[in-house]
Design a protein around this ligand. Structure first.
Ligand SMILES: *[C@@H]1O[C@H](CO)[C@@H](O)[C@H](O)[C@H]1NC(C)=O
Length: 430
């Protein structure tokens, strides 16, 4: 399946793909623009101008030796290539503007729809449901101190947030070193103990420590991974209430590019997947077979590998906040529940008798750009074309030997050490 990929994800535009119709429209617009510019610059035609210049240069001086002519032709060529480069740049700019306009049009239509005004259906193929829910109104009063910090740290109301206590100090350092190297300014560590707070301050890493007397925080200081996960959903709520979109990040993640250039921002939750190929990550029809049913032996089931609750982008919308509340409440009721399972169940299950589903909109991130360590070690490192592409992040979520694998990822993708990943087995060795 994977070896069949022709174009890598990194070769694609980072903005949402355009429809076929709009691509044709762009091509036509670009074509006619090019025509107009050429007509303006060379009213008699490109070739006419070039040949007439050559002719006049031939006629002007008989004494001119051929070396001079060659030089003149060369400089003609240079100036023509320069003009071509300029035109190409204009076309690129125009393309960008067109894409932006398309996106704005879509957003305007969605906003109109979100007003809930009753209207007639659009013609066939023109209807589009609402998936980009409107942001809630920010409420600074819920945490003025955090509001002040976020005002400074966030870029366009977006930031990366990670929770850390002293158990993960070494990984945290690799985490922020790579964020700094990529040049991402908008990130914040939520320090769950004093040691981490001081460590971040000493490294000039933006840090926020909650007031220790706040009840939910005692979990953070002593808690293992899962207890910290529960706390995470409670704290995240405040960021959303303050009007910010959060890219929640575990610390076992290597940043290789700025993720904010690769988000679609059209869903309540946009998450990396635990899936390891297109099927498992993006969903598939899994047919179950029960031969005793005879004619009706096949039953179709919809399957998708879970979202990774250690790396997701969440917008400040009503369904997003409801999601965080539901997950936090369930984790509080059931201390052995796994936060990632709960997170996915709340996102996935529809309403049914005795249950009202959440129905938040969701988007699965590109598995080769937002890569889990199963994809990297099982597939990508062995595939000659996939191994050449640079992901946005790599999450070492599938392997317990996190720190050495994180360092190997840096060696491979940052320092170009071709064999840096080779010594590791695909999975963990028990
Ligand atoms: C996987 O999905 C991507 C994006 O939809 C697509 O470009 C690619 O061709 C698919 N690869 C395979 C092997 O189906």
């Amino acid at each position: 399946m994977i070896s069949g990929r022709k174009d890598g994800p990194l070769m694609k535009s980072t903005s949402p793909p355009l429809s076929r119709a709009s691509r044709i429209a762009i091509a036509v617009a670009v074509g006619s623009l090019l025509g107009c510019i050429c007509a303006f610059l060379y009213p008699d035609g490109l070739f006419h101008e070039a040949t007439s210049r050559i002719k006049s240069s031939q006629a002007s001086s008989v004494s001119c030796n051929s070396a001079e002519k060659v030089n003149m032709l060369k400089s003609e060529l240079v100036s023509l290539s320069e003009k071509l480069a300029e035109l190409k740049k204009e076309i690129r700019d125009l393309n960008k503007k067109l894409q932006l306009a398309e996106k704005e049009k879509d957003q305007a239509q969605e906003q109109f729809l979100s007003l809930g005004v009753q209207r007639k259906a659009f013609p066939f193929g023109k209807e589009k449901g609402l998936r980009t829910n409107p942001s809630i109104l920010p409420d600074e009063s819920i945490n003025p101190r955090l509001a002040k910090i976020l005002e400074k740290v966030a870029v366009q109301n977006e930031l990366i947030v990670a929770l850390a206590n002293s158990n993960v100090k070494e990984m945290l350092e690799v985490w922020f070193d790579n964020i700094k190297r990529v040049g991402i300014p908008n990130y914040l560590v939520i320090a769950l103990d004093e040691d981490i707070e001081k460590f971040c301050m000493s490294k000039e890493v933006p840090v926020y420590r909650r007031n220790p007397d706040e009840g939910i925080d005692s979990i953070g200081r002593f808690g293992g991974n899962h207890a910290v996960s529960a706390l995470k959903f409670r704290i995240l709520r405040e960021f959303l209430q303050l009007g910010y979109s959060v890219l929640l990040s575990d610390v076992d993640i290597i940043y290789l590019q700025n993720p904010f250039g690769y988000l679609y921002r059209d869903s309540d939750v946009e998450s990396m997947s635990d899936g390891h190929n297109n099927m498992t990550a993006y969903g598939f029809n899994d047919v179950s077979d029960e031969p005793s049913m005879g004619w009706a032996r096949y039953a179709h089931t919809m399957r998708i590998w879970v979202y990774n609750s250690g790396f997701f982008f969440i917008r400040p919308t009503t369904p997003s906040i409801e999601l965080l509340d539901r997950v936090a409440a369930r984790l509080a009721r059931d201390p052995v529940a796994w936060d990632q399972a709960v997170f996915n169940e709340e996102l996935a299950f529809p309403s049914h008798p005795g249950y009202i589903g959440l129905h938040a909109s969701r988007r699965t991130m590109d598995i080769y750009l937002f890569m889990n360590s199963k994809v990297l070690f099982k597939t990508v490192r062995k595939d000659s074309s996939l191994s050449k592409l640079k992901p946005v992040i790599v999450h070492v979520n599938y392997h317990p030997d996190k720190l050495p694998r994180m360092k190997a990822v840096v060696e491979y993708y940052v320092n170009g050490k071709q064999n840096a990943l080779e010594s590791f087995p695909d999975g963990s060795e028990w």
